[in-house]
Write a protein that binds this ligand. Structure first.
Ligand SMILES: Cc1ncc(COP(=O)(O)O)c(C=O)c1O
Length: 482
């Protein structure tokens, strides 16, 4: 295959160039017309390149379906897969397509993204969890270890395992060993690689899950590689499961996907095939320099190397200067017009990618230096340190899917012991659900959530007044807690 071709991009731009008179959807008829505000910002090109995919004609060289297959084939070749799919509903969509056809149990780390949980609501089987462990110093969730996976496999035989590579913080586990172990039990391995699309383009970066033997991976091309938000790719090395994922995509995806999105994925793939190594290499260089300069600032602590998997994720803390990561994020935004990717109690994550320049790094470093000096003048005390006493996983009373759709009522968190949760309660970041729908509140869970609230750690799902959703007919389902 010839990677310098971009068949979908070419088909779409050719349709535009031909100036076809469109008596078909969409209603804007490929013109900005009355939508002058949209045109002023996005230009007329977005309209011109936005036909529906109904119009197909091989003779006219506009068969978008054929062009899409060719484009996906080129992506598969570049990303080391047998087959790929372009996705217009992000990595969320890809995970749904992989998991919807499962019938048995699916093993997932508890820190999995909500997209994995929602995928389990589409699947027929149930989720079983690998409990999360946190680094005691940085309180970030760690990827599972081989022995933890072994322990679960000695007790149960799941149909599939979904790992996350890397975690949101960029940490990676011993992927090769874990995948080998899991596959030796005949279990399918899928990877949520929302943050790992760029791994393919540098030997300095961790291996991709596909390279380590996974059956399929889903990558947010938009997150680390430069396509438009919402666009991702699924790459598979398991023909049977790929065909099931295609069926699921047919059922779940809009029948009117944006051709602009497909064309952008195709063109981004073409550029990456040509310059991916160079672009990712430059981003790595910029990130190295950023880390070096941040590390030289008084009071700035960088994530230690033993936790760092992806060097493009720059995790740092100003806790010795008495600032939480959440405060640093706000100050960077309000005082310096800089927006980071995420923050938590201790740290801030600045994402470097192929779109960054030394100039953007210089601004970040200057802002953090200024912040450090301001705090230094105030003679601030270091931040109070905490240990993370994560409560044990709660008992599962009814399945995630069943609970999700049941009638709910609201109660005070303090009074929820023994009740069955109707919602996820998730301290964010890092976004690890403490309790999920269908699980029973224990004293430890309630205590932990109240502690999160007391230190202003946002808990998604917790309503004003510390109220939570529980199942309406809770008593019918209740099991006694010990
Ligand atoms: C680890 C992880 N998985 C999956 C997703 C979902 O990806 P997308 O936004 O491409 O649907 C995200 C998004 O933030 C994520 O962080």
């Amino acid at each position: 295959m010839i990677q310098r071709n971009a068949p979908f991009w070419d088909a779409l731009t050719a349709y535009h160039t031909k100036g076809v008179i469109p008596f078909h959807t969409p209603g804007h008829k490929l013109r900005s017309g009355p939508f002058s505000n949209i045109e002023a910002v996005l230009g007329s090109g977005f309209f011109a390149l936005d036909p529906s995919d109904e119009i197909e004609s091989l003779e006219l060289n506009h068969d978008f379906e054929v062009a899409l297959k060719m484009a996906e084939g080129l992506a598969a070749e570049l990303f080391g897969a047998e087959a790929s799919l372009f996705l217009v509903n992000g990595t969320t969509g890809g995970l749904h397509y992989l998991l919807m056809p499962t019938k048995g149990r699916v093993l997932i780390p508890r820190f999995s993204h909500e997209a994995v949980y929602s995928a389990m609501m589409l699947a027929q089987g149930e989720a079983i969890y690998l409990p999360v462990t946190y680094d005691p110093d940085w309180l970030i969730p760690l990827p599972p270890r081989v022995d933890e996976v072994n322990q679960v496999l000695s007790k149960t035989q799941p149909e599939a395992f979904v790992l996350t590579n890397p975690t949101y913080y960029g940490t990676v586990g011993d992927l090769r060993a874990i995948i080998k172990r899991v596959k030796s039990h005949g279990v399918l391995v899928f990877a949520d690689e929302a943050h790992g699309g760029h791994f393919r383009f540098s030997p300095e970066l961790p291996a991709t899950a596909l390279e380590c033997g996974a059956d399929a991976v889903v990558q947010s091309t938009h997150k680390t590689l430069g396509s438009f938000t919402q666009t991702s790719m699924l790459h598979a090395n398991n023909a049977l499961w790929f065909s099931k994922a295609v069926q699921a995509q047919r059922a779940l995806q809009t029948t009117s996907p944006s051709l602009v999105f497909f064309a952008v994925l195709d063109e981004v793939r073409r550029v990456l095939a040509d310059q991916g190594r160079e672009l990712v290499g430059q981003a790595l260089e910029i990130a190295r320099e950023c880390r070096r300069q941040l590390g030289a600032i008084n009071g700035v602590e960088l994530l230690p190397s033993y936790l760092q998997g992806d060097p493009l994720k720059i995790v740092f803390s100003l806790r010795d200067l008495g600032l939480t990561g959440i405060e640093v994020e706000r100050m960077l935004r309000i005082d310096y017009n800089i927006q980071v990717e995420l923050s938590d109690y201790y740290s801030v994550l600045a994402l470097v990618a192929i779109g960054d320049t030394m100039e953007s790094i210089r601004k970040l470093v200057a802002a953090v230096r200024d912040l450090s000096q301001r705090r230094g003048h105030l003679g601030s005390m270091p931040l109070q340190r905490y240990t993370m006493d994560v409560p044990a996983l709660p008992p599962i009373v009814i399945s995630l899917r069943e609970a999700f759709f049941k009638e709910k009522e609201i109660t005070c968190l303090q009074d929820a012991k023994g009740k069955i949760s109707g919602n996820f309660l998730t301290p964010y970041p890092p976004g690890v659900p403490v309790i999920a729908p269908g699980e029973q509140f224990t004293s430890d869970i309630i205590e932990h959530l109240l502690w999160c609230h007391s230190i202003n750690w946002p808990v998604r799902g917790l309503m004003p007044g510390q109220k939570v959703a529980i199942l309406e007919d809770n008593h019918g389902f209740c099991r006694k807690t010990g």
